[in-house]
Design a protein around this ligand. Structure first.
Ligand code: ADP
Length: 468
């Protein structure tokens, strides 16, 4: 049950138990200590008074009236009791007794009860009477007389008001304890409630996000520097990332459907038109060519999309290793030059054996995409230059053409997925090549730079930092 209960309940129980334990231990310790100290004080006072009184009685042969002392006949002489004999002082009653228990002088509130208690030295008796505890102490009287005088001073003291007060405080405390427990539980509940309220709000927000599918909402993290505040910030950070990734996914799906819609629509329209009635063989051939071109476009689009997503989501599938970048650039350029449709002159300036830490597959893809673009958007009989340079801090790949160029307002956007500049819409392409180049450069920590003038040509520069 404890495992399943709410944190608030657990905190309340733990806090109350701890508070009760501390209160009970403190109370018992104080009660015990004060009890012991009080009893010891009373006992010392009793012994002190009784022993002091033993010096207040003398054995004399004649009465000295002017002294005002009390004279008790004892045998042929007298017992002289000083005026300042303390028969009752601070609840201590003192009385003079004969050895056979006859009270000669003084007071004893428990005379009858204590009759049976024999006189003894160095012992304190505890007597219960009407719910009050009394302490009793005897001390023999040593008189300087010729014949032995067997007399005792007996002192008796009740548990004073203080002890009784202590007992009533104990009883009261036992009555108050349930109230105390209740108060402890209540305050623990309120404290736990206050501490946990931000977490409850967080739970509500998460619930709203889940129910309403509203990823824009954020947990309140204002003004909190504690653990809860840090949790809220971490949570919001996670929501930011989730939102970005959902948004990217949504955008990608919408882009893909948008891109596939045109070729699909053309294929559908073309086939419906052709099938409407009997056509001549030339018309069928023309229709098949249109369908074939659009299918090819779709196939390339799907291929590029698969490559792009794989790279975007599983970049760990492309491990980095030290490779001969000069050779890789030369080979990739060569392959692409063979595929180029227009008559383009391709020149290279690649110093041999420049090493680079990277992924062979991705880097080949990067070079191919750039060279393919340079050839595709170059002017007929134009010129494409691929160069590689190495400085102390970077290795730079440059792909330059003297083709159609890119207007300034489109230069940033051409790196977006599926974006194609107006001037190149009539040419084949999917609009994914440069976003792939950007992604590959990012994986290698490289920076992409573009210099382009409309009608004069474009230069793409990729700078790979040298890893020390
Ligand atoms: P694609 O070439 O398949 O259209 P890219 O992402 O490779 O897709 O390029 C995006 C757009 O950038 C191209 O459609 C084109 O408009 C422009 N572009 C890319 N390279 C060049 C270049 N060398 N010269 C002129 N325009 C270019």
């Amino acid at each position: 049950m404890f495992k399943r209960g709410s944190i608030r309940l657990k905190l309340t129980i733990c806090f109350s138990l701890a508070l009760i334990a501390v209160t009970a231990i403190t109370f018992l310790t104080i009660r015990l200590a004060s009890g012991v100290v009080l009893r010891a004080t009373i006992r010392d006072y009793l012994v002190g008074t009784v022993e002091a009184n033993t010096h207040k009685i003398r054995y004399v042969s004649q009465v000295d009236d002017p002294s005002g002392n009390l004279y008790l006949p004892w045998g042929e002489n007298y017992l002289e009791v000083d005026l300042d004999f303390m028969d009752v002082v601070n609840d201590v009653h003192t009385a003079l007794y004969t050895a056979d228990g006859k009270l000669l002088y003084g007071k004893n509130p428990l005379a009858r009860r204590t009759q049976t208690i024999p006189f003894s030295t160095s012992r304190i008796w505890q007597i219960e009477e009407d719910g009050v505890t009394y302490q009793l102490y005897d001390c023999p009287l040593l008189l300087h007389a010729q014949e032995p005088v067997n007399l005792w001073i007996r002192g008796i003291v009740p548990a004073t008001q203080s002890v009784q007060q202590l007992q009533s405080i104990t009883r009261l405390s036992l009555l108050i304890l349930p109230v105390l427990i209740l108060l402890a539980a209540l305050s623990a509940y309120l404290v736990a409630d206050r501490l946990l309220s931000p977490i409850r709000r967080m739970e509500q927000t998460v619930g709203q996000i889940t129910r309403g599918d509203d990823l824009h909402r954020r947990v309140d993290e204002s003004g909190r520097g504690d653990e809860v505040g840090r949790l809220a910030r971490a949570f919001n950070h996670m929501l930011d990332r989730l939102e970005r990734s959902f948004e990217a996914e949504r955008q990608f799906t919408s882009d893909v459907s948008h891109e596939l819609r045109t070729p699909t629509a053309v294929i559908l329209a073309q086939s419906e038109y052709t099938l409407e009635r009997q056509r001549t063989p030339a018309e069928y051939t023309e229709a098949m060519e249109v369908i074939h071109r659009q299918s090819q476009r779709m196939s390339q689009l799907i291929g590029d999309m698969l490559d792009y997503t794989r790279m975007d989501q599983q970049s760990q599938r492309y491990p980095l290793e030290t490779l001969d970048f000069s050779r890789l650039v030369a080979e990739a350029t060569q392959q692409q030059a063979q595929l180029a449709e227009s008559r383009i002159t391709l020149t290279t300036d690649i110093p041999p054996a420049i090493p680079l830490i990277g992924n062979q597959l991705l880097l080949s893809r990067l070079v191919q995409n750039l060279v393919e673009n340079a050839c595709r958007y170059g002017k007929p009989d134009g010129h494409v230059q691929v160069a590689l340079t190495e400085t102390a801090s970077a290795i730079t790949l440059t792909v330059a053409d003297d083709g159609i160029g890119i207007p300034p307002e489109e230069q940033e956007r051409i790196f977006d997925r599926f974006y194609r500049a107006d001037a190149s819409r009539s040419l084949p392409g999917t609009g994914l090549g440069l976003s792939m180049v950007q992604k590959i450069a990012q994986i290698h920590g490289a920076i992409v730079h573009l210099d382009s003038v409309v009608g004069r040509g474009s230069t793409f520069t990729i700078s790979f930092p040298k890893k020390i």
